[in-house]
Design a protein around this ligand. Structure first.
Ligand code: PDD
Length: 273
């Protein structure tokens, strides 16, 4: 059993989602991706806070009883028999005959779990490229509408890169599914929180680690050119954790190795999880 849909635990292959489910017809919903280490969801409360924030931003009413949602998560984790896994949680505006206007029906809640593999590339770092940020004005909402993200990431992948770094008005915003950081003169710099980026949970962890370690954490935008002049670059997400970036397009950064500050952050992050 590795999936859940509106009250039923089931295998994903057996799961039939009604044709009038608004998640797939309109992308009318929000989601979270949560990593579970040794049976314990990492920063679960922060993820649930963000899920409710996203839902509120699109006028979607999730059951205010957080413990009911958490119970479902833990029950699915337990039924899966997995201990190290990624838990995907999605809430949509429900099942109703197709109509743009909000229906009067219960929201749909679905979840899936799958085991994760630690990406080995993390030791040596990965490459990134730039791509125009073609998304909408409300990127702080973790919405199901990921078409611009998917197109940018696919393009980067076809060119041999792990991630596309999105650029809006000449400045880096974030990755298609990650937050982006550069290190210059031993200080970390990253895009400030605004409607233009997702408030990453891993970003919160990195900020805490940096402040505790006395590493300056400067929330300020930078340009692709400034990024090319950086001492170190890394990106973060729930599934990539803290990923060193050692190539930006043709340019090899830090002689192709993860930098000292990136490695320090990675070490301290491993102690938290
Ligand atoms: N993506 N920015 C975007 C656009 C993202 O989609 C994500 C996460 C992040 C990093 O957030 P966090 O640290 O909370 O995972 C930043 C998830 C992993 C996904 O879409 O699968």
């Amino acid at each position: 059993i590795t999936a859940y849909f509106n009250g039923t635990y089931i295998d994903p292959a057996d799961l039939v989602v009604p044709i009038d489910e608004r998640g797939h017809q309109f992308g009318d919903g929000v989601y979270e991706m949560i990593r579970v280490y040794n049976g314990t969801p990492f920063m679960l409360e922060e993820h649930i806070d963000r899920l409710y924030r996203s839902a509120h931003a699109i006028k979607l009413q999730i059951d205010p009883d957080r413990s009911a949602l958490k119970n479902t998560m833990f029950e699915l984790i337990q039924k899966s028999g997995l201990t190290n896994l990624d838990l995907y949680v999605q809430v949509t505006r429900g099942i109703a005959p197709r109509n743009h206007l909000f229906p009067n029906c219960p929201v749909s809640v679905s979840m899936t779990v799958k085991p994760f593999r630690t990406i080995q590339i993390g030791e040596n770092g990965a490459g990134v490229t730039f791509y125009p940020d073609e998304r909408w004005q409300n990127c702080y909402i973790k919405s199901l509408n990921l078409l611009p993200n998917i197109l940018a990431k696919q393009s980067a992948h076809e060119d041999g890169y792990l991630e596309a770094i999105l650029v809006r008005d000449g400045k880096v915003t974030e990755g298609t599914s990650s937050n982006v950081y550069m290190v210059k003169n031993s200080a970390i710099m990253t895009t400030p929180l605004s409607k233009q980026i997702l408030s990453g949970i891993t970003r919160m962890a990195v900020k805490d680690i940096a402040l505790q370690a006395g590493i300056p954490f400067i929330e300020q935008q930078f340009t692709p050119d400034e990024m090319l002049q950086a001492d170190e670059i890394f990106i973060t997400s729930t599934t990539m954790e803290i990923m060193p970036i050692v190539r930006v397009r043709e340019k090899v950064m830090n002689m192709g190795k993860a930098g000292a500050i990136t490695s320090t952050l990675r070490g301290k992050f491993n102690e938290l999880k």
